[in-house]
Design a protein around this ligand. Sequence first.
Ligand code: NDP
Length: 330
Amino acid sequence: MSTSIPTTQTAVQINSHGGPEVVEINTSAPVPTPSPTELLIKNEFAGINYIDTYFRSGLYPVPKFPYTLGREAEGTIVSVGAEVKDFKVGDRIAYLAADTQAEYTVAAPLHATHIPESLAPGLAAASMIQGLTALTLVRESYEVKKGDYILVHAAAGGVGLWLCQILRIIGAHTIATASTTEKLELAKENGAEHLINYSSEDWVAQTLKITEGKGVAAVFDGVGKSTFEGDLQVLARKGSLVSFGNASGAVPPFAIARLSAKNLKVLRPQLFGYIATREEFDTYTQEIFGWIKEGKVDVRIHKVYPLRDVRKAQEDIESRKTTGKLILKI
Ligand code: NDP
């Protein structure tokens, strides 16, 4: 069953690795055809994520050029494969898939979910990757307990604000780092108790002072290269270093024997390893949508960019000017 679908579409693509200048708008990209087990979605909003910049720069490889950017979106199903259950043409869904910064995307039902009616347009697309990442990190990478001291780097970023709010729900003591006073104030409004400007202060010394020398139970670090060494210093005995991103560059190799001094754990998780089954995806998605509906989590939208301004959106997220989520209106 399908509605009228064009054969070509507008999509955000790269044809080589490089700076923001390699990001192009292709107005004659082919519209993909879903297999019997897939959905075709007409997108309304797509998320911008830091990972878009890794694919663009070449830090992460891409399967082939041209490569369409985007990993999450919301929209309306326009075609369903014959073997698909639970979804039909006309359903409004949010989903995770490749190639989402485009008018049409093919996706597997595994990572698709119906959007609750009470969610404002754009909010579901804005919540999928960053909300699910933050939630799975605090449940699975290190299971945060009430009263734990936890360090969150880049706490006013997309994932960072989710982490602050979820840690508040759990009842942890959050120590937040960010590069400006304004960003730290935002982290505080979202639940952080202790604030450190890691651009101007000695954040290692400050963290140890706040925890009276004991250190933190876990560090959630999406910054990577510039903070990794300090993370090892601020962790308590048996602490967990959850390194989940590379905003400042990839963490260089390190000697594993260094962990023995405090029996530390180092993890390098990625979201999809925690939502590999339908049950995992549903459980975590319903939890984040529930918090949004109950007003326990406020999804801060930094800006809604028109699709043609996608290059600007990437420049903005890389230049550390943004807080919360950037989304594209398709
Ligand atoms: P953010 O909105 O957090 O933006 C990145 C932030 O990193 C900046 O705002 C900046 O905050 C900080 N930063 C520190 N050093 C640098 C630097 N040298 N250049 C640029 N930024 C820097 O992005 P996201 O929320 O999209 O992603 C956050 C992290 O989470 C990324 O590393 C991303 O790759 C990772 N991630 C990992 C996932 C996984 O599955 N493992 C899934 C989703 C995201 P400040 O100015 O305060 O320093």
